[in-house]
Design a protein. Structure first.
Length: 285
C-alpha cells in the first residue's frame, strides 16, 4: 500500500512469494496423485498462481495491471441550475459528458474488482435533483437539450412521459454495457467478475412526485450467486415500519436478502429495529 515504505513492501512481497512457492510445490505433488481428468483444473490453478507472481513484480502504484493503463482525462462540467418553471431547456447538452464520467467511474470499479481491492461498491449517476440535460430525446424537437429532473415535475403530457422513458432507456443501456464488461473481465481466479456479483439497480423514488412507495428494483446476479432470475416479486406487506407507509416492506428487507449469498445474514441500514421486517425469500436459491 502507498505510504508503507520500501522495506515494508519488500517484506510483504517476500511473505506472499513464499506462500506462492509453497502453493506450487503442493501443486506438483497433486499432479502425481490426481487423475488426468483433473489436470485441466490444475493447469488453471497454476495459471492463477503465476498471475499472482506477476502482480508481485509490478509497481503497486501502477494501475496498468488492474486494467487502467492511462490516467483519465479531466472533464469540465457546467454548474447550471435550471429553474423548475419555464421550458426546462439548456443551452448545451450534458449527456455525452455524463456518459463519459460514468464510464470512467466504472473503469475504476472494474479495476478494483479485478485486483480484489474491494468487492462492495456504490455508484450513483447523479442526485435525484440533478440538472443534467439530454439531447435527441425530446419528441417534438430532438435538437432541444431538455433537462431531466425539472422536466420530470411536469409528467402531464405524452411528450414529457416519452422523454422520461427515453432517459430511463439511456441509463439502462449504460447499465447493460457495464454488466457486459464485468462478464468480459476476469478476476485472479480466471473467472468472469460478474459470476460472483450481485447488482441492485434502483432510483430513490417510486414516482416523479418523490413518493417512496412501490419503488421498483432490478436485481442482476452472476451464476455463482444463486440468484433466481426471470421473476417479478411484489411485496405483500410487512409489519408496521417507521420507514414505510401503508404497512409496506422496507428497502432494508432487500439489503438483508442481498447479503445472504455472501454470508452476511442480518445486514440492515441503521439501528432502528422497526426499519425492517426480514429478508425476502425466493430471490436466491
Amino acid at each position: 500500500m502507498p505510504g508503507g515504505g520500501d522495506e515494508s513492501l519488500r517484506r510483504a512481497r517476500a511473505d506472499k512469494k513464499s506462500v506462492l512457492d509453497f502453493a506450487l510445490k503442493d501443486l506438483a505433488r497433486m499432479r502425481n496423485l490426481a487423475p488426468s481428468s483433473q489436470w485441466e483444473k490444475l493447469d488453471a490453478y497454476e495459471d492463477a498462481v503465476r498471475e499472482l507472481e506477476e502482480e508481485l513484480t509490478n509497481d503497486p502504484t501502477d494501475p496498468t495491471f488492474c486494467g487502467m493503463p492511462t490516467q483519465p482525462e479531466n472533464i469540465q462540467v457546467n454548474n447550471r441550475v435550471d429553474p423548475y418553471g419555464g421550458e426546462n431547456v439548456a443551452a448545451e447538452r450534458d449527456d455525452l459528458k455524463h456518459r463519459r464520467i460514468g464510464e470512467l467511474h466504472w473503469a475504476t470499479i472494474r479495476a478494483a474488482f479485478k485486483c480484489d481491492l474491494t468487492r462492495t461498491v456504490t455508484f450513483q449517476w447523479s442526485p435525484g435533483t440533478n440538472h443534467v440535460s439530454f439531447a435527441d430525446m425530446w419528441p417534438p424537437s430532438p435538437s432541444t437539450f431538455k433537462v431531466h429532473h425539472t422536466t420530470s415535475h411536469k409528467p402531464s403530457t405524452a411528450d414529457v412521459v416519452e422523454f422520461l422513458a427515453r432517459v430511463e432507456v439511456w441509463y439502462a443501456q449504460r447499465l447493460a454495457e457495464f454488466i457486459t464488461s464485468l462478464k468480459n473481465t476476469t478476476d485472479i481466479t480466471g473467472k468472469p467478475i460478474f459470476d460472483t456479483t450481485v447488482l441492485a439497480y434502483i432510483t430513490e423514488v417510486g414516482q416523479a412526485n418523490h413518493s417512496w412507495d412501490n419503488m421498483p428494483w432490478l436485481l442482476f446476479g452472476g451464476r455463482d450467486t444463486g440468484i433466481r432470475g426471470n421473476q417479478m416479486w411484489t411485496h405483500g406487506g410487512g409489519r408496521p415500519s417507521s420507514a414505510t407507509s401503508n404497512n409496506m416492506r422496507s428497502t432494508n428487507d432487500f439489503w438483508m436478502t442481498l447479503g445472504r449469498p455472501f454470508g452476511v445474514n442480518n445486514f440492515v441500514v441503521g439501528n432502528d429495529n422497526s426499519m425492517y421486517s426480514g429478508a425476502i425469500s425466493g430471490i436466491f436459491s
